[in-house]
Design a protein around this ligand. Structure first.
Ligand SMILES: Cc1cc2nc3c(=O)[nH]c(=O)nc-3n(C[C@H](O)[C@H](O)[C@H](O)COP(=O)(O)OP(=O)(O)OC[C@H]3O[C@@H](n4cnc5c(N)ncnc54)[C@H](O)[C@@H]3O)c2cc1C
Length: 491
């Protein structure tokens, strides 16, 4: 339980001593904070970053590293793909809603090639010009480009010309979820650039509240350092960049209960603090119910079978982005999923390369016929049989008119046939947060910007309002983090 008094803004005239001072003060040294700091310093501001843990990085440094970029980046071109801003916008608006912030998506897409150049050429993030075309959560190699949002799958391949937009920083011998992932190779050059620009960082410093002057302008922050409360003055602006609320149980219960008890792809420091202290000042919120959802099964397996829900019915084209599968399973099918796959397909899938071998689960039930399997699984009689019969009837022609799976992945399901129990195999993080404008100013519930207060990253509602693509978080966190830094530097 949070002490309400500790959330409320502190009045500047009650501060007797400023322990730290800078033009721009950034809370959180993950991707959004790092980009804000670098951009503010580039604009000539003196910048101080306050970080709760013992070092820079945040969830970003643990991440697979996808950054969602497109519209014809040099990496896309070098890998032989054509992309346009128009197609990127059309895809993002279709895939990231309902209710996606169209103005944010427009700006993001129009600035995407420049943002890539900034990352690659000015910050020095390495990208290898190699495309990874196999199903998977991320490339198991150091390849730099992959489809990361189902752009080439139904229904999106009928809405916009598909192009891969998942840009992954190069990391050899990578391992998921640690300091050997692509996200580290994004954060390391960002942190180095910030240091080279003279950005000061203070660690073990946990931001607590905002400080406001008599006019309601944010002029600083209080923070806890080794048990002591310190006051930090921001002469031009404060940037909040402390991550999501995935680890705040009460907020998750209140806003996004489907992921309660199953936080993933986030860190414990994502406790929603920035959202709450800005709320206490009247800040507006957006899309607090939106969540990214991971699905704990190797795409190399489920693309070769069919996924059915608790009624034995298919509900998603299995060749799409695995995050769409996760959302469809948890949010629209009561977290009930089974993979139906025959022996030949299972053996083929497990022989292909993957970044997630731990998600290659063994079959739960194996039978000679679908009728037997249905009984073993406890599904209502005839349900799975009807699903497989319809699927196989079309699959003999390499077609899937029901859900539009691409013909290269459509094969009749034979015997022996297995089911893998995937009920409850999901987790995720929250996508909603502070409502910000295109300049990353935090908006009051009345609609006007709160003077002196800026925010970016997963403490804000970014380009994803409901749907998600891998790379949207490092993407909008870095893009709107830069804008936050620039805006704050100009006060
Ligand atoms: C294993 C894994 C894989 C992922 N893969 C991808 C991917 O491929 N692509 C993608 O787009 N996203 C991915 N994500 C999600 C992505 O990393 C985050 O959503 C993103 O880093 C959010 O950016 P941020 O700047 O808001 O938060 P962070 O990068 O987490 O930075 C927030 C920082 O604020 C600090 N902080 C928190 N509270 C306070 C406080 N009170 N005071 C001071 N500091 C504080 C935290 O310690 C942290 O350092 C992944 C995440 C994980 C864990």
């Amino acid at each position: 339980m949070v002490d309400p008094a500790s959330i409320c803004p502190v009045r500047a005239d009650s501060i007797t001593r400023w322990d730290y001072e800078a033009d721009v003060v950034v809370a959180g040294f993950g991707v959004a904070g790092a980009c804000a700091a670098v951009e503010a310093a580039t604009q000539g501001a003196q910048v101080l970053v306050l970080e709760r843990t013992g070092g820079w990085g945040g969830a970003a440094a643990m991440a697979g590293g996808f950054i969602y970029l497109g519209g014809g980046t040099p990496l896309q071109t070098a890998c032989g793909f054509t992309d346009t801003v128009t197609d990127m916008k059309a895809f993002m608006k279709a895939a990231l809603g309902p209710g996606a912030d169209e103005a944010k998506i427009d700006l993001y897409c129009e600035g995407s090639v420049d943002h890539y150049r900034w990352l690659a050429e000015e910050i020095g993030v390495p990208f290898k010009a190699e495309f990874w075309g196999e199903p998977g959560w991320e490339p198991p190699t150091d390849a730099g480009l992959m489809y990361s949002g189902g752009e080439n799958s139904a229904p999106y391949n009928t809405i916009a010309a598909p192009a891969p937009r998942g840009h992954v920083p190069q990391m050899s011998d990578k391992q998921a979820g640690g300091e050997r992932g692509g996200g580290y190779m994004l954060m390391k050059p960002l942190a180095d650039t910030a240091a080279a620009l003279g950005v000061e960082s203070v660690y073990d410093m946990r931001v607590q509240t905002l400080i406001v002057d008599d006019d309601g302008r944010v002029v600083g922050l209080t923070a806890k350092q080794y048990g002591k409360t310190v006051a930090v003055r921001a002469r031009r602006g404060v940037v909040l960049a402390t991550g999501s609320f995935a680890y705040n149980d009460a907020m998750v219960e209140a806003f996004a209960p489907r992921i309660a008890g199953r936080p993933a792809a986030s860190i414990e420091e994502h406790d929603g603090r920035a959202i709450q202290i800005a709320q206490a000042l009247g800040a507006d919120l957006a899309h607090m119910d939106a969540t990214e959802v991971a699905f704990y099964c190797d795409p190399q397996l489920f693309v070769r079978g069919i996924l059915v829900n608790g009624r034995g019915q298919r509900y998603i084209p299995e060749d799409t982005y695995p995050g769409h599968v996760g959302q469809a399973t948890l949010l629209r099918n009561d977290n009930q999923a089974f993979l139906i796959i025959d022996e030949a397909a299972y053996e083929e899938g497990t022989s292909r390369p993957t970044a997630t071998p731990q998600l290659r689960l063994p079959p739960t039930w194996v039978c000679e016929t679908v009728a037997e399997l249905e009984t073993e699984m406890g599904l209502p009689a005839g349900t799975l049989q009807a699903t497989v019969e319809v699927y196989n009837a079309h699959a003999t022609r390499g077609e899937d008119p029901v859900l539009g799976k691409k013909s290269e992945w459509v094969k009749p399901i034979g015997s022996p046939v297995a089911a893998i129990d995937l009920r409850g195999m999901t987790g995720g993080f929250t996508l909603g947060g502070l409502r910000t404008d295109l300049e990353s100013r935090v908006l009051h519930v009345g609609g006007a910007p709160i003077p002196g207060l800026y925010a970016a990253g997963r403490c804000t509602a970014g380009v994803s309002a409901g749907g998600y693509v891998s790379g949207a978080s490092l993407g909008d966190g870095s893009f709107f983090g830069r804008r936050a830094g620039r805006s704050a530097a100009h006060g």
